[in-house]
Ligand binder design. Structure first.
Ligand SMILES: [Zn+2]
Length: 262
């Protein structure tokens, strides 16, 4: 072998070795282990919750709705709802969703409905319509950017709405959802008081609660017990065929509780 030929062979071997080394570095990385804290919801100890029995036949449906989240209480709400296999609707604010995307994901993964409750929770009637809609749209954008379908339901902060606002929201593919009973959980001093103020829903009823207070979490089993005792089951919120009365300044809406689709 000439000296030139020997050099060519060495060069070829070097290229081959480099190639093999390159291949080795492209081996897939092992999966990242999930920290134990990731499973906090599943691992939560629910032994303190009362044993409740769901109706064997539903005489009607009512719906639980939680406004203003997600917050540090969302996980606790989800744990109780999951324990009793009860669905709910979470009317979230865009700024809260942006700060707590994992809670949004968990809520969605648990099968609950998610609604738009504006971006910054302003009194939309104190703004001109254009600014109000910009705030509502900003919340939808956050929700979409987190990888979720745009919400199909909207609840105005403080229940402050107008025919113009409602029409504009509907043109964006969302129904306006108010409530038929207000738990007044934000002003309440005890879970028992929240539960007492949550009574009164009939078939199709929608209860206003908030994501943001520990006593709302504590009131949930009492609320569930009360309605199950009347053979009322918890369902999802759907579009109603007709305008239905709400508990807010005599307003109506086209929303009602109904059996949850599988
Ligand atoms: Zn609110």
């Amino acid at each position: 072998m000439s000296r030139t030929a020997a050099l060519r062979v060495r060069a070829a071997v070097a290229v081959l070795l480099l190639g093999l080394t390159g291949c080795a570095s492209q081996e897939p990385l092992p999966p990242t282990p999930i920290p134990r804290a990731e499973n906090a919801v599943d691992a939560a100890d629910m032994s303190h919750l009362p044993v409740l029995t769901a109706p064997t036949a539903c005489a009607g449906y009512v719906a639980l709705t939680f406004d203003d989240g997600p917050t540090e209480f969302t996980s606790d709400l989800l744990a109780v709802l999951d324990h009793y296999k009860v669905p709910a609707v979470f009317f979230n604010n865009g700024v809260q969703e942006r700060a707590r995307p994992r809670e949004v994901e968990r809520t969605k993964a648990a099968g609950h409905q998610l609604g738009n409750h504006s971006m910054t929770h302003p009194d939309l009637l104190s703004m001109d319509l254009e600014a109000a809609l910009a705030d509502i749209d900003a919340s939808t954008v956050v929700h979409r950017d987190l990888g979720h379908e745009p919400p199909t339901m909207f609840r105005p902060p403080f229940g402050n709405t107008s025919p113009e606002l409602r029409a504009a929201v509907e043109s964006r593919g969302m129904i306006e959802v108010l409530w038929t009973v207000d738990s007044k959980d934000f002003e309440a001093a005890t879970a028992e008081q929240v539960a007492e103020q949550s009574k009164g829903m009939t078939d199709g009823g929608i209860l206003l609660l908030h994501d943001g207070k520990a006593l709302t979490v504590d009131a949930l089993p009492l609320i569930i017990e009360h309605y199950w005792a009347q053979n009322l089951c918890f369902g999802q919120v759907v579009t109603a065929d007709i305008e239905l009365p709400t508990a807010w300044f005599g307003l109506t809406h086209r929303a009602r509780a109904s059996k949850q689709e599988p």
